[in-house]
Design a protein around this ligand. Structure first.
Ligand code: NAD
Length: 357
């Protein structure tokens, strides 16, 4: 199979970790007789430096013309002072909107070799930690009307409106239920229906969608309770579905309880097969350019790309198994290092994983 992949290396450790993911993809291509063509495009701080904007139109066009997009990370202190629309992160929001990627999928799984990196007590984690957060990505407060103004009493005031329509809730809930059918058949919908109108609509529509999936166990949970339950008893969750802002916060919480930001991949999907695949962490400017970054989250993001955009299940399984093997052998980058393990660089980690394919 031939697939065209748009590659956004971005800033900070972005280029280092994406190079390792491409190394692993090339090994998969060789083993399974596929061709992956890469087109590098600019986004984030480097795009601001080279073109004056965080998301050039050329990047959007080339991503739309590809089968899928692989992204490292964007941002850094150099670009932190600009106004909102001129910051690297504006590129991220822009590309998600431009590609109509409404569903963000973030698995959070505690891998056995890394159990000691989990900050929760072992009696909590021994029940297992393997969940997926399905977060609505292009609605809610991040995309609603934003205003900063002087109110009638002379106070500087700002507001962000959290707005959802029925179709937006319906399509994201369907993604969650379809995913649950391939996992443990359980969906928890998280909202704040005791306070927010947008959450009451969320609850009404999610219950309607649930009627079409009688085989899937379904329940609601308020977001404050969910934040607590994630650290009290994470084993109760299979698929969590929630709106943009709640999902942003809960998915970082879920990722932290698995031990390291450097391990966790994500996928952003729309109606078709085009997706954007990226690690959940940022550009880690503190370790950029030092060959210290953990490339595993990006490598596992590439595996998700094979699984969800290219329907290459065996190839994706192969990458995930290679990561497990290398971790079981004791190889660790600095962020997941523990006593008795072998410290390896970013490139060495990539080499070892590629060698296991
Ligand atoms: P960060 O995720 O970049 O870093 C947090 C900490 O985790 C740092 O100590 C870093 O060294 C470490 N870390 C992160 N990824 C790692 C990896 N793969 N291997 C080893 N260690 C790793 O978050 P931050 O410091 O808050 O943000 C830095 C920049 O990244 C900011 O400009 C922020 O806006 C941007 N950011 C971008 C994205 C994205 O591109 N999707 C996401 C979050 C933050």
């Amino acid at each position: 199979m031939t697939k065209n992949i748009a590659v956004i290396k971005g800033d900070g450790i972005g280029p280092e970790i994406v190079d390792e993911a491409m190394k692993v993809l090339d090994k998969v291509a060789k083993k399974y007789n596929h061709t992956f063509n890469y087109t590098q495009v600019l986004m984030g701080g480097i795009a601001i430096d080279e073109t004056g904007v965080p998301l050039p139109q050329e990047t959007i066009d080339k991503c739309l013309a590809s089968d899928s997009v692989l992204l490292g990370a964007v941002g850094g202190p150099k670009w932190d002072k600009g106004e909102g629309s001129m910051r690297p992160e504006a590129g991220l929001l822009g590309i998600r909107g431009a590609l109509k990627l409404f569903a963000n999928i973030r698995p959070a799984k505690l891998l056995k070799p890394l159990a000691s990196a989990c900050p929760l007590r072992s009696d909590i984690t021994e029940k297992g930690l393997d969940l997926v957060i399905v977060r609505e990505l292009i609605g809610g407060a991040y995309f609603g009307e934003k205003k900063t103004y002087i109110d009638e009493n002379g106070h500087k005031t700002a507001s962000d409106s959290m707005k959802y329509s029925d179709f937006e809730i319906e399509r994201i809930c369907k993604v969650a239920f379809d995913m649950a059918k391939k996992r443990r058949n359980k969906v928890t919908s998280i909202d704040k229906a005791n306070v927010l109108d947008s959450s009451r609509l969320w609850r009404e529509i999610s219950h309607k969608v649930a009627e079409s999936y009688p085989e899937v166990e379904f329940s609601d949970m308020l977001v404050d309770n969910a934040a607590m339950q994630l650290v009290r008893n994470p084993a109760q969750f299979d698929v969590i579905v929630t709106e943009n802002l709640f999902g942003d916060i809960l998915s970082d919480e879920a990722s932290m309880i698995t031990g390291s930001l450097g391990m966790l991949p994500s996928a952003s999907l729309g109606e078709g097969t085009l997706g954007l695949y990226e690690p959940i962490h940022g550009s880690a400017p503190d370790i950029a350019g030092q060959n210290k970054a953990n490339p595993i989250a990006t490598i596992l993001s590439a595996a998700m790309m094979l699984r969800y955009s290219f329907d290459m299940q065996k190839e994706a399984d192969d990458i995930e198994a290679a990561v497990d093997k290398v971790l079981a052998s004791g190889a660790r980058t600095g962020d997941i290092m523990s006593e008795g393990m072998t410290l390896v660089s970013c490139t060495e980690m990539g080499d070892r994983i590629a060698a296991e394919i």
